[in-house]
Design a protein. Structure first.
Length: 627
């Protein structure tokens, strides 16, 4: 736990930006605003260029695969046509029947003639390496461009079981059958790889099956077509490290750059799972086994050739492809590192000189803090820090002068304090006057009671309470209940004053009686209605006051009368002058209310005036609800 707290405190301390020196802050800011954005921008540009380059390479690869597919399909169609021509050649068919059914002399004679015919067909295309006829009894006759010996290296390369399987497969198909690539012995002990195409031979007249024809082709034909872009004449710097592999529908390798893998199986070139058979290998293993692709980043794409059941897979070495891009990136990062080191060195040198000046200024401030106002800061620079030092020196000089002035004026301050105390005493004495007024009214009230003049007594009593309520702190908050009670007394006196020419219609919701409101908010509105609204009216006046809760958050106060009203032009002028703050004697009450609610309640208050000349005036006041 102690170790955790220690680590936590250290992390908290190091993360506190304020504790670092100016040098550390400058280096940090430089790294944040310069190095990090450059690194991110370089990474982004590298990834972007890599992305677009990959898209272009993918497009070129797809086009190349389509070109390969087209060439292979064209060649295979030609080979199929050649194979069909051989099987329907009457001369060849007669010789093949003689080979199957003739005596030994006829069989020997037919072999040479068949070879001559096969030779003419094979020389029609240089890629055709051998043509073999296998009869019903399993005997065969062949023509091989590179082997004129007795042993048929094409057919005899298969075991007896494979021969029977191939013979049956071709015999049961009405279309040419593509056979896997095989490694055949070659003169000098070398191996020559060939793929094969077989077709059954049937006598057109008798419909009898005569045997099968197998045409063999040099595997290098496929290799050359698939790797057409790998120009051997290109320099090693310009050559793209890529190759192609051709597999059949069973996953068997038909053609590949590394001949050792021809005939092995690739079950699924997108899967990394190895088949149970030892001879099965995934394409990734197959590709990475090539020295040029070992531990490399590669891209794999493919295209199917439906006509022959093959698939051409193209492998591109991305590391080779992006060599120049990676080189440019590394050079840019190296250059950036050099620039950063140089700039950081400049910052360190500059900050050291800057820090020395700051240390001198801080030292002078500490001395001044201890009360030494005679300290002087002297710097050998002419920059902003030197200006700060000069200003600091001038400030200390000014402080010294002010200290002296304060000492000289201390007696004057004491004298002013005494005068202020005397003024406060006089103000206390002056407060006796309102109490004298209350006491005098109280004496008059008792005199009226003594003379049994109770109406005068009630009037004086109400007036005294109104006076006491009004003279108190006008900014004080009171309950709506207290404000309403005062309002009743105030209206009572006004009714006596105006010979009961108007009546009060008061409606207050009980749920807001305990809510608080600033004193005398309603008095100017009531007085306005009585003085201006009922001017010239001897009777029939009605003063309505409604106080209710509004939308749960506001108190809605409505003061209305059925008096003289105000014209539309006059009302617009009054509202405009109130909002502009212009003082007018006849509107002083409204302006007083408007100013006070804005001070007390701000935006949580609103006043609205509606009036129709000859019909009366309605003033609506909204203030925030307070308890």
């Amino acid at each position: 736990m102690k170790l955790f707290n220690y680590i936590k405190n250290n992390i908290k301390g190091y993360s506190n930006w304020k504790r670092y020196s100016i040098k550390a802050k400058l280096l940090t800011i430089f790294i944040i605003i310069s190095i990090i954005p450059i690194i991110f921008s370089q990474v982004f540009l590298y990834k972007l260029s890599q992305h677009y380059l990959e898209k272009k390479i993918t497009s070129l690869t797809d086009r190349n695969l389509f070109y390969v597919k087209t060439n292979i399909e064209t060649d295979m169609n030609y080979y199929k046509d050649t194979l069909y021509r051989i099987t329907v050649d009457n001369d060849c068919l007669g010789l093949e029947n003689m080979f199957n059914n003739g005596d030994e002399f006829e069989k020997a004679a037919s072999i040479n003639k068949i070879r001559d015919i096969f030779g003419s067909y094979s020389y029609s295309r240089s890629q055709i390496r051998a043509i073999t006829f296998v009869g019903k009894d399993g005997r065969n006759v062949y023509y091989d461009k590179s082997n004129q010996g007795i042993n048929n290296r094409v057919w005899n390369a298969y075991s007896d079981s494979s021969k029977a399987e191939i013979y049956s497969k071709i015999l049961n198909s009405n279309t040419p059958v593509i056979l896997p690539t095989t490694a055949n012995s070659y003169i000098g002990g070398k191996s020559e790889y060939m793929f094969h195409m077989g077709l059954k031979v049937r006598d057109i007249r008798t419909k009898e099956e005569v045997g099968i024809i197998i045409m063999s082709f040099d595997e290098q034909v496929l290799s050359d077509v698939c790797n057409v872009n790998m120009d051997k004449k290109s320099s090693s710097e310009d050559k793209i490290n890529m190759c192609s592999v051709v597999i059949d529908d069973e996953g068997r390798v038909i053609s590949f750059k590394d001949k050792r893998y021809i005939g092995t199986f690739v079950k699924d070139y997108t899967s990394k799972e190895i088949s149970d058979k030892d001879s099965y290998e995934t394409l990734n293993e197959l590709v990475y086994s090539i020295p040029n692709f070992t531990n490399r980043n590669i891209s794999v794409s493919s295209i199917s050739i439906e006509s022959v059941g093959w698939k051409v897979i193209n492998i591109v070495d991305k590391d080779n492809l992006f060599y120049e891009v990676n080189l440019l990136r590394n050079l840019t990062l190296a250059l950036l590192a050099v620039i950063v080191i140089i700039v950081m060195g400049v910052i360190i040198i500059f900050s050291n000189k800057f820090y020395e000046s700051v240390k001198i200024i801080v030292s002078g401030m500490k001395k001044a803090k201890k009360g030494n106002f005679n300290v002087k800061i002297e710097l050998d620079t002419e920059d902003e820090l030197a200006f700060i030092g000069e200003e600091f020196n001038e400030m200390l000089s000014t402080i010294n002068i002010l200290v002296e002035d304060i000492k000289k004026q201390s007696n004057y301050i004491i004298e002013i304090s005494n005068k202020r105390r005397e003024a406060e005493i006089k103000a206390i004495v002056a407060q006796i006057n309102p109490h004298f007024l209350y006491n005098t009214l109280d004496c008059i009230n008792w005199m009226a009671i003594k003379n049994e003049n109770y109406e005068v007594s009630d009037t004086i009593g109400n007036f005294a309470q109104i006076l006491r309520y009004s003279i108190g702190d006008i900014n004080k908050e009171v309950t709506i209940c207290d404000e309403v009670e005062w309002l009743k007394k105030y209206v009572y006196l006004q009714q006596i004053r105006f010979n009961n020419s108007f009546e009060l219609d008061l409606n207050v919701s009980e749920e807001i009686l305990r809510c608080r409101i600033h004193k005398l908010i309603l008095q100017p509105l009531i007085e306005n209605s009585i003085i201006h609204g009922f001017k010239g009216h001897n009777d029939g006046g009605i003063l309505k006051v409604n106080i209710n809760k509004f939308q749960n958050n506001f108190i809605k106060i409505i003061v209305g009368d059925n008096g003289n009203g105000i014209s539309e032009e006059e009302l617009e002028r009054i509202i405009k002058n109130i909002k502009l703050g212009k003082d007018e004697d006849e509107n002083i009450g409204l302006k007083n209310v408007y100013d006070r609610i804005k001070i007390y309640y701000g935006d949580n208050a609103e006043i609205n005036i509606e009036s129709f000349e000859g019909e009366g005036t309605i003033i609506t006041l909204l203030i925030s609800l307070q308890f």
